[in-house]
Every structure is written in C-alpha cells, then in structure tokens.
Ligand binder design. Structure first.
Ligand code: HEM
Length: 163
C-alpha cells in the first residue's frame, strides 16, 4: 500500500506537515488573541488582566518556535520544488508574492519586539489604535492570504506535473 512512497517522499511529506502545522499554530494563536482574548478582556477586564502577562509570554515562545520552523521548512520546500523542473512561471510569481507577505509578517513580529509591543495592552490615542490595528490585525489578515496563496501554489504545481 505504501510501496510507491519513497524515502524522499516521506521526508518532503514531513517537512510539508511541519510547515503547515507551524503556520496553523502561528496564525491560529494570533487569531485567538485578536478575536477571543481581546474582546473578553474588554468585557471582563478584571478576570483577564492578571493573566495577560503570562499568556503573552507563553504565546511569544509559540511564535518563536513556529517562525523558526516555518522559515527552515519553507526554504526546504522551495528548494525541493526548484530542483524539479515542474515549477511554472505562474508558480514563481505566486511564490514571490507569498514570500513578500511572509517577510512582511516576520518584519511585523520583529518591529513589535523592538518597540516592546505588547498585544495585550490597550492602545492609547489615534496613533496607538492605528498601529494596533495595522500590526495585530494585519498579522492575521496576511496569514490568511498566505494560506490562500499556498493552496494556489499547490494547485499550480499539481496542474503542471499532470500536463
Ligand atoms: C520563509 C518563508 C516561506 C517560504 C520560503 C515558504 C515556502 C513554501 C513552499 C515552497 C510551499 C509549497 C508550495 C507548493 O505546494 O508548491 C509552501 C506551502 C505552504 N506554506 Fe509556506 N513558505 C514560507 C512562509 C510561510 C508562512 C509565513 C505561512 C503561513 C503563515 C506559510 C504557509 C504555508 C502553507 C499552509 C503551505 C501549504 C502546505 C501544504 O501543502 O500542506 N508559509 N510554502
């Protein structure tokens, strides 16, 4: 039943799996903060505020591990595709777009760390509100778009190997 799957196939399957679950952990974690913790904090500030600090520091670790895993596995997947001859020009364009958005997300994380950005503190003033909106929601938004682009890449690739 599994004899058609070579060792190389297993390795690339595992790399793809790690890439996918790390992406889910990162984007899912951000969405949980943005759409669950934040609204509950607004309605029940006394219940949530005391645990915000430990929550966000554990979340930080999750982001660190996920981002490292995503970069390593993403590069392996990319070189795996590039060494075959099945990557079409459309595939390259979509990959370029996906990479640009991924770099933007990595930059957002880096900038939050530089400015000691704390996703759990209440933004103050218009500037604060804007940067919160741009920073936090942009992360979830970019992640969702990247997932879509990853599916497009897959379809483009499968189409080019079947023709
Ligand atoms: C260094 C940055 C990254 C590189 C080089 C990279 C590269 C790739 C490549 C080459 C593929 C395979 C595409 C195909 O099927 O032809 C892929 C799939 C995928 N990528 Fe990335 N990626 C990166 C970052 C990200 C990020 C930040 C996310 C999510 C937030 C993400 C989510 C995904 C998902 C969900 C898949 C589909 C996995 C599957 O088919 O099971 N990637 N990536």
């Amino acid at each position: 039943m599994f004899e058609q799957i070579t060792l190389g196939d297993w390795i690339s399957l595992i790399v793809r799996w790690v890439h996918a679950i790390s992406s889910v952990a990162w984007i899912g974690g951000s969405a949980f903060f943005a759409f669950v913790i934040r609204p509950v904090e607004k309605t029940h500030p006394d219940a949530i505020r005391p645990i915000l600090q430990p929550l966000s520091s554990v979340y930080r670790e999750l982001v660190d591990i996920s981002v490292i895993a995503i970069i390593i596995t993403g590069l392996i997947l990319m070189f795996d595709r590039l060494t075959g001859n099945d990557a079409s020009p459309a595939w390259f364009i979509v990959l370029g777009l996906k990479l640009a958005l991924a770099v933007w997300m990595f930059y957002l994380v880096w900038r939050f760390r530089q400015s000691d950005f704390n996703p759990t503190t209440q933004p103050t003033g218009l500037g604060g509100k804007l940067s919160w909106l741009i920073g936090y929601n942009a992360m979830v938004f970019l992640g969702v778009i990247i997932f879509l682009l990853a599916s497009v890449l897959r379809t483009l690739f499968e189409n080019s190997i079947s023709t």
